[in-house]
Design a binder for this molecule. Structure first.
Ligand SMILES: NC(=O)C1=CN([C@@H]2O[C@H](COP(=O)(O)OP(=O)(O)OC[C@H]3O[C@@H](n4cnc5c(N)ncnc54)[C@H](O)[C@@H]3O)[C@@H](O)[C@H]2O)[C@@H](O)CC1
Ligand SMILES: [K+]
Length: 523
């Protein structure tokens, strides 16, 4: 896993390193060297004429930029520094870097950002080093700096961010006004939360995490509870499949989904569960879905019920469900396509009351779950306090807003903060967003696979099947199952996008593509 720090975490890392005796100037030099090496090796090679302009602020991010321009100058490249920060705000390290750069003969000017806005721009064709603000940035770029940033963004010159693009909040990825749109971001020591989530991620371009010599002891103190994955790590977390196993070993998956008008949801969830490696899937569905499901997926076992939607389930159905939940299932999915009928509510209630295995509650199941909790003695749902350890809720933003009794816009705006708060929840909440987050069990995971092609009907049903199959098969690292499932879902979307484009992705093919993901990362 890849740890992510927010701005406070980055500052703490700096302090911990200093407490251990690492001088700030050493870290700054190494930070600058890592950016200079990247620019030399990736962008310049032998091109000594190419102009490189480091646009620098007054803080230590600016200091990094000045040092980087000096190093490139010393190597014989055509670099210069423009300081757009206020003199009175120069940090001691930045002052030292200015002095050193001047003494080494680097072209350096201090300028009002608006004065740089001219018709014949020096930024055209140059490589721009964005060192205006780093993790010390808060709020909004305003006034002259905002105008200048907009101007800079007009040029298609290559832009390299030092640590984080200026204007992006390092803790939550928010861009309240404008920010520098970069092609590359060289970030120091540990990846930053603000560029792992949107919109910050959009401004960062390709992210390179550079080792700048933070002592391991300081790095180990960085909280590992916020993290992401990258592709190179997926094989390690994949469930093992022994050759001498049978279908029972890979867990029995119970999917309670679908309604008379909608049998597709249960089909997609089941198909994804099988494609992920699930051994046996039982669909608990209305009798009316039997024929279609037998044709669509003969591999699934069916348990059906004939109760009408306007009544609670009969004793016969309740007994069948109880048997399946308590004696059969190793993992349960409830909710996709279930509808909001009285019958569905009694199904959800039964599962919520009885289930002791990990249970994914999705879609209509979430709405009904909320109603059930509201009607219980507590009346008011407190996710953190009341969510049972074995429950995994998979809301999108609107559903999460309903669960938290908050306006949707507020949840959308503060999703990272909310996920961090939900970390202490004993179950898990999968917040389905452009960058899906998983909170609970003491962790906050931020997903970085997937694309907008996944915003399609049925995509969520596929996710439930993937999660259930992983729950039922992965016994070694149960705490990683949900993040892994979310990552696999996104990766299947990315692989499918290569074949079909992001407009043409459909959920059935997405479920099939999961087989390709499992193949690629387990062999
Ligand atoms: N953490 C570390 O140990 C290291 C940090 N380094 C660099 O230092 C950076 C952090 O430096 P600083 O803490 O000095 O902070 P920054 O350089 O990111 O920014 C601080 C300055 O920005 C101003 N500012 C903040 N929000 C503003 C807004 N909305 N509008 C206008 N001005 C605003 C502050 O008043 C302050 O003057 C890192 O991002 C990194 O680039 C590196 O030198 C390597 C080591
Ligand atoms: K920056």
């Amino acid at each position: 896993m890849i740890r992510l720090v927010d701005s406070e975490g980055a500052k703490k890392l700096d302090e911990d390193a200093r407490k251990l005796g690492m001088p700030g100037m050493v870290l700054m030099e190494r930070a600058a060297l890592s950016v200079a090496e990247f620019i030399r090796d990736k962008l310049l090679r032998d091109d000594v004429d190419k102009k490189i302009i480091a646009v620098c602020g007054s803080g230590n991010n600016g200091g990094d930029g000045i040092a980087c321009a000096r190093i490139l100058h010393e190597w014989g490249y055509n670099s210069e520094v423009i300081i757009v920060g206020k003199k009175e705000k120069f940090t001691n390290q930045t002052k030292l870097q200015i002095r050193l750069a001047k003494n080494c003969g680097v072209a350096l000017k201090i300028s009002n950002p608006v004065k740089l806005i001219t018709e014949k721009s020096e930024f055209n064709q140059a490589i721009v080093i964005d060192a205006v603000f780093g993790v010390g940035f808060k709020g909004k770029l305003e006034g002259d700096l905002a105008k200048f940033t907009e101007y800079l963004n007009m040029f298609d010159s290559v832009k390299v961010a030092v640590d984080i693009p200026s204007g992006v909040n390092g803790s939550n990825g928010r861009v309240e006004g404008v920010a520098v749109k970069c092609d590359y971001t060289i970030t120091f020591g540990v990846n930053k939360l603000g560029i792992a989530v949107y919109p910050g991620k959009d401004y960062a371009g390709e992210i390179i995490v550079a080792d700048i010599g933070f002592p391991k002891k300081a790095l180990d103190m960085v909280s590992p509870d916020t993290f992401t994955f990258d592709e190179s790590q997926i094989s390690y977390y994949m469930p093992e499949r022994r050759e001498y196993s049978n279908k029972g070993d890979f867990g029995k998956i119970l999917i309670i989904a679908g309604s008379e008008e909608m049998c597709g949801a249960s089909f997609l969830s089941a198909l994804a569960a099988y494609r992920t490696g699930g051994g046996l899937v039982r669909l608990f569905v209305p009798e009316a879905n039997r024929q279609s499901l037998q044709n669509l997926l003969p591999e699934a076992i069916l348990t059906t019920y004939e109760d009408s939607t306007d009544k609670v389930i009969s004793k016969v159905t309740a007994d069948k469900l109880e048997k399946a939940v308590k004696e059969w299932a190793a993992a349960i999915v409830i909710g996709p396509g279930l509808g909001l009928s009285k019958r569905s509510k009694s199904l959800v209630k039964k599962v919520v009351d009885l289930s002791e295995v990990r249970t994914v509650i999705d879609a209509d199941g979430l709405t009904l779950f909320r109603e059930i909790v509201e009607e219980s003695e507590d009346r008011r749902l407190d996710l953190v306090k009341d969510l049972k350890k074995n429950f995994i809720l998979t809301p999108h933003i609107k559903e999460l807003a309903d669960l938290l009794y908050m306006p949707k816009e507020e949840v959308k705006e503060n999703v990272v903060q909310i996920a961090k708060e939900l970390k202490s929840c004993s179950g898990e909440i999968v917040i389905k967003e452009a960058r899906t987050l998983v909170a609970g069990g003491g962790k906050c995971y931020i997903n970085n696979s997937g694309n907008s092609g996944l915003a399609k009907a049925g995509s969520g049903d596929v996710l439930t099947g993937i999660l259930a199959a992983l729950i039922a098969t992965e016994k070694q690292r149960p705490f990683m199952v949900t993040p892994l499932g979310v990552y696999i879902h996104g990766l299947a979307g990315d692989m499918l996008k290569e074949k079909k484009g992001k407009y043409g992705i459909i959920a059935r093919e997405l479920a099939d593509e999961v087989a390709e993901v499992m193949k690629r990362y387990t062999e």
